[in-house]
Design a protein around this ligand. Structure first.
Ligand SMILES: *Cc1c(COP(=O)(O)O)cnc(C)c1O
Length: 478
């Protein structure tokens, strides 16, 4: 091959040179962000401004600055002041497994396009199933994100529970699922994609503390059934994204059992609690679930996107996308667990199992316990600090590392306070010293913190609250 450009693309020397340099740059980035609090967690730029910058850079930027510039113009998830969204500061070792996955590029759809990652995926998902408390009939697989995993779980549920052959013949009567009003929006989206429509999404109201109100389940079920809707699944959140509050999985599991429903647990955020002796109680009843989703890129320090979908009965792991009707599937069907594409929504996927396995191999499963414990402990510590502060109010006592709170001032109305808290969050974002997010709960505008970095301390929280007070004062009387 004589094409010079293509030779350059595949030049091992070019790769090595760029690679060494990048590892040095990322190491410097880590050193800086993990140990040095003085810099900002985000250098905020307006989207239009950012767009112009990158249009310009493509033409005039120095290629040697490319990787460094991308790194600089991001949100620094390794900074202890990054306490916003639920994406973890990835364990640095997984940047290396990410590199392996990208270079080897085994597409995983069939076994021979990913022998080691396919077998490793089985090892990893078997461990997760065992931790949930299931027996050896359970199976899992990895897929691209909690959103896709929840959709896949509901498809498995419909196949398993519905008496009709919907996969081949389409839906002939209204079906529905039950889910808390505080569930992640992707459950609602999944139900709509499946053609259930608005009426097929039976929203269960929450208690004062934002937990699915399990006392109204019977009534809601009866209502829907009377309207001719066949409920096939109920979804519990562990926890719900906005508030970080866990549903009572035991009660939901019992209800599902009594009515022959599929019980799905959306543990995208908190499913990792299965590794924690201290916080396992948040997931009490999870073993009753038929399916569980756990995001590795949230509470397990893995890079995006790394998600496990786990099923109590392994048959359904390969039934979802099979043409065969559910009643024709048997235990003796040849179970080719190693051909990933038959069970996942996606055909090609990344070698995501190797991130998980590498963490287990280098640090042991205790590492997941240590991470969950540290972050949930700090969530609770921040909750207490807020609760004891006269200028702030909690939405609810945190159960995990997600804390919703707002600035309060008795001389202001609800509308004024909502406007004030929204302005506070915008100023924080533009200032960049801290990165936090926001949410609306029952008509109140809340600031929202998710403690994701094990290096975040109580001093950081105190500093944040002081800063917010300062901003609020200026906004109230400029
Ligand atoms: C984050 C989250 C999701 C979505 O997962 P992605 O990996 O972002 O697609 C779904 N449910 C809950 C409860 C979540 O916290």
């Amino acid at each position: 091959m004589t094409n010079k450009l293509l030779q350059k693309v595949y030049s091992p020397v070019f790769f090595q040179e760029k690679g060494y340099r990048l590892v040095d740059e990322l190491t410097a980035h880590l050193n800086d962000k993990l140990n040095e609090d003085s810099d900002k967690a985000i250098h905020w730029n307006d989207p239009e401004q950012e767009l112009l910058f990158w249009k310009e850079f493509l033409i005039n930027g120095n290629e040697n600055d490319l990787f460094k510039t991308i790194t600089e113009r991001t949100t620094y998830v390794h900074h202890p002041h990054y306490i916003g969204h639920q994406v973890s500061p990835a364990a640095p070792i997984t940047a290396l497994t990410g590199m392996i996955s990208s270079l080897l590029n085994n597409g995983m759809a069939v076994y021979e396009m990913g022998m080691s990652p396919s077998a490793i995926e089985r090892v990893v998902t078997d461990i997760l199933c065992e931790k949930i408390g299931w027996n050896s009939e359970a199976r899992g697989f990895l897929t691209s994100g909690g959103t896709l995993a929840n959709l896949t779980a509901l498809l498995a549920a419909r196949k398993a529970i519905s008496k009709e052959n919907i996969w081949n013949e389409g839906m002939s009567r209204p079906l529905g699922i039950m889910v808390s009003e505080e569930a992640h929006y992707c459950v609602d989206r999944a139900a709509r994609i499946m053609g259930l429509g608005e009426k097929g999404i039976i929203k269960i109201p929450c208690t004062k503390s934002f937990q699915m109100d399990t006392l109204v389940l019977e009534e809601k079920y009866k209502d829907a059934t009377n309207k001719g809707i066949s409920i096939f699944a109920i979804v519990g959140s562990a926890p719900s994204t906005a508030t970080g509050i866990f549903d009572d999985l035991e009660a939901i599991g019992n209800f599902a059992e009594n009515h022959g429903l599929w019980f799905h647990v959306d543990g995208a955020h908190g499913g990792a609690g299965i590794f924690s002796k201290k916080y396992k109680h948040t997931l009490r009843g999870i073993e009753k679930a038929d399916s569980v989703v756990i995001d590795g890129h949230k509470m397990m320090m893995l890079p995006t996107i790394t998600t496990a979908l786990l099923l109590k009965n392994g048959i359904y792991a390969h039934a979802t996308f099979s043409q065969k009707a559910d009643y024709l599937l048997t235990d003796s069907d040849h179970e080719d667990w190693y051909n990933s594409g038959k069970r996942t929504f996606e055909c090609t996927k990344t070698m995501m199992s190797i991130h998980w396995y590498t963490m287990l191999k280098f640090y042991g499963e205790e590492v997941f316990e240590a991470y969950v414990n540290q972050l949930y402990d700090m969530g609770s510590a921040f909750g207490e600090i807020v609760n004891n502060h006269t200028s702030f109010a909690l939405a609810v006592t945190p159960m995990a590392n997600i804390v919703c709170f707002r600035f309060v001032d008795s001389s202001l109305s609800q509308d004024q306070l909502n406007e004030l808290n929204a302005k506070i969050r915008q100023q924080l974002l533009e200032d960049g010293e801290f990165y936090i997010v926001q949410t609306k709960l029952r008509g109140w505008h809340y600031l929202r913190v998710t403690v994701m970095n094990p290096f975040t301390t109580e001093e950081h929280f105190q500093k944040l609250l002081k800063k917010i007070e300062g901003i609020a004062k200026k906004l109230i009387s400029p």
